[in-house]
Design a protein. Sequence first.
Length: 290
Amino acid sequence: MSLDTDSTADRTQTAPQVIAVASGKGGVGKTFFSLQLAARAAARGKRVLLMDADLGLANADVMLGLSAPHSIDDVLQGSCGLQDIVLPSGRGFDILPGGSGLHELTTLGTTQQQLILDEMSSLGRAYDMVVIDTGAGIGDNVLYFASASESVLIVLTPDPTSLTDAYALIKVLSRQRDIDRFMVVINQADEVESQIVFRRLLSVADRYLDVYLDFMGHLDNSPVVRRAIQSQSIFSSPDKLPPGLFNALDRIIDRPRDNSRNGGLRFFWEHSLHAALDSELQAAQQGGTR
Ligand SMILES: Nc1ncnc2c1ncn2[C@@H]1O[C@H](COP(=O)(O)OP(=O)(O)OP(=O)(O)O)[C@@H](O)[C@H]1O
Ligand SMILES: [Mg+2]
């Protein structure tokens, strides 16, 4: 795998960096972290799209107090284009609301697939970074989206279930989807605790898997964060920041891009679809040989 910074500037003009934010266990702070990452990257001059691939209750638009009138479902039904459903967040970045169509990739007809592919290509040209807020768990779509992204950011907390589930997700992505590099953020932990949790994850991953885990930082368990989420606000500057957050965000933003997986939004969509269709085919073949 080659990491290359030199040609990033011209590549990013056509291929935004696509980062999937995932976890094993739900409720660990993925949506919060996705929003902060989008806002911080935007504040640092990047054109950012946050794709809401989580249909849970506290998804990105809800967390910002916005209500999305349209979603990808409307695009799939042909009533509007992808560009028409993009929602300005009012915080410097845009939101692409997912919709249930995103969760039924295998049911899309070829015309719908082609339509979305073409639209994704042109939409991708308008952004430098696309953050995909995925749903909880190791569901098929999380796997498809993560395997189609340039980078995967795993969020976990010190809760033992969260650690086990994060490991399980990394294992599936590495064994079934050939992903060998992951960014890791530990939420709801101070610096010392986050190092302990990360080392625990690293030791088990080193033992059983062939993967690189890059520790990007931590975020304290803080009432400031809880209040920010409740009041639908995000931190736009480091002055009132909870310890660790901005260091982690900046480290993620400054990390060299992975040119071997850098294909932007079209690549993302194409690979998500292929992964979904391949799995369906495999399931059908297994069913047939049973
Ligand atoms: N650092 C933190 N300090 C305090 N509370 C936090 C912190 N991070 C997250 N939380 C709490 O955890 C809740 C869940 O956060 P969030 O919705 O971002 O998780 P999620 O991983 O996206 O969940 P889901 O899997 O359901 O999509 C928040 O509502 C908030 O109350
Ligand atoms: Mg969420």
